[in-house]
Ligand binder design. Sequence first.
Ligand code: NAD
Length: 702
Amino acid sequence: MVGLEIDGAIAVITLANPPVNSLGLELRRALLLALERAEDEAAVRALVVIGSGKGFSGGADIREFGTAKALTQPNLLSLLKAVEDCPKPVVAALSGVCMGGGLELALACHYRVAAADAQLALPEVKLGLLPGAGGTQRLPRLVAIERALEMIVSGNPQRAAELRETLLLDAVVGSEPELRSAAVQFARTLVAEGRGVRRVRDLPVCSGNAEAYLQGARATITAAAGPYPAPPACLEALLAAAREPFDAGMKRERALFVTLMASPESAALRHVFQAERAAARIGGVPESTQPRPLSRVGVVGAGTMGGGITMALINAGLPVVLLERNREALERGLDTIRRNYQGALRKGTLTEPALEQRLALITPTLDYAPLQAVDLVIEAVFEELPVKREVFLQLDAVVRPGAILASNTSALDLNKIAAFTKRPQEVVGLHFFSPANVMRLLEVVRGAATSDDVLVSAMALAKRLKKIAVIAGVCDGFIGNRMVLGYGQGAHDLLLAGASPQQIDQALERFGMAMGPFRMNDLAGLDVGHVWRKRLQAESPQRDLFNVADLLVAAGHYGQKTGAGWYRYAPGSRVPLPNPEADAYIARCRAERGLVAREVSEQEIIERCIYALVNEGARILADGIAQRSSDIDIVYLNGYGFPAWRGGPMFYADQVGLQAVVRALKRISASAGREAPFWEPAPLLRQLADAGRTFGQGGTGS
Ligand code: NAD
């Protein structure tokens, strides 16, 4: 894990724990050992610590958090103290990633030399934490307080070249290959000039007015942080650096770190971090499976989704053949794409020539022939099986063997679509979310016959498009929309019980959802759910899927696009105003069912809506539609505006306690009439609750 070479008077210690030299227990032990050996070696007069692979070090090993390993000696704090206390000067040589504990290690060294493009960051805040190994105390002794605050509160990386003028870096070299010799040369010069150790702890905080600056920034930081406790805690730790001696500051940093580590918000953010990594693993597919080469894509349909998907592809530099059924639709689609880029042009995030370059990647066509040469086709035509059939028959006839055929269907049976072709193993679902060029989520739908390398190729495409992909099995609505149906049902029941759309939306927005269900429904269009419910109702007549939305749709109120839905909208405005017509429909439906409006509490709103998600999530897991409960969380966080600081619906349920969730569901089920089976706690949920376990411990899809 660590190499030690002695080059005359200089010992070079190389961190070698790929991919990012994370500072797990084994590396910490090996580094300490190498340090002690170099210290003991009489000929050695100075040390260089350098990384390998992707750079210096990506920081702590997050898998150790909360385990005994993180506390086992040497922990990060004692390792850094040993480095700082080394009587021979230690030079850190920084390249590539130098983040979190990795940067804190560099700060504990006595000097730092960096390659110009090294990325330096203290990103702990993104996990709801603060740099807990002296980062908040040492950084403001090397850079101005404004910069220290910015780096620690945003967690964003800075290039070494940008930090050239600060005390943080003693030398910046052009590129990584020169780094080692430059750092060794720097160490030799130290020895030659008789310069000894220079401990950051002994330096004063850079800015004379640090305390006043931080006091002034407190209100803004706290307001911007909202429910997240970490940014204000970062500020408090910096205040301690400004006010107190180093050791007292370190104590304060530790106390704040321990509090954050125990906070539910940090637990949620760490869960999300690990969930994102877990989502990339595909059950039953060997890790050695290679994706198919992908250099040219076809998109069929240039409507809302086809247009957005085309933008996502050309933004990633992929050429696209875009097929429509007639010239008007094609022109309309291309115009919309161009118009959608106007915002970026106005904001200056895109230049006119760069836009033209992207648009030049599109080959518009009304004819299937140009699709012959593509490696992947994504179909985004109307959500009707006969239309999908017509398109897939043509694709099967034209597109070269070995190319992947994907459908963006929201809820249709992918296996039926695959069966329209003679190559079902090459068919996969790529369920993008609207707007497809913006939304980060992609559900990769695994058909019964989809081959392993097609799935791996789909995941690789997601990565190329900077999206997060989750594998879903075939069912009505896959993971996300299947759950949202129950969520909507929960919200609708509350309307009939006596709550208003505003009350429900506000309660869920206070819970942290980006948008309440009725505002969301108005934005997406009431017609979408209406069509889906009609089909489901016909397929399952025993269910009662009636919704006031169906009356609004019948009256021509589809939401924002028609100026009214659950709310009213002034022309050109997106501000929701009360809609008396919707209220009248709600009152009428209540009366028809013999219901009398009652008080509905905020807690009841949260329970009905969120537990509906959890209950359906448990069924999705048991059915094997999702591979793991954390994948469901990823879907809700990235596709439906669930708050990251709550970690996703399944993680939230684990925090609340599954027994409490089961009790609440039973209460709801007892008064749910024909919909009682929907509210009945799912068997998997019940089993886990009975066993005192959580989804995190037992929520793996079958
Ligand atoms: P849309 O009506 O905006 O666009 C469909 C486009 O397909 C139209 O431009 C139409 O001219 C074209 N088309 C129809 N038949 C065609 C054919 N035979 N050949 C070529 N082009 C044809 O619909 P949309 O919202 O973009 O939805 C497309 C698909 O994406 C549907 O399967 C839908 O369920 C799914 N989807 C939609 C959303 C959403 O939020 N709108 C989200 C995810 C998935």
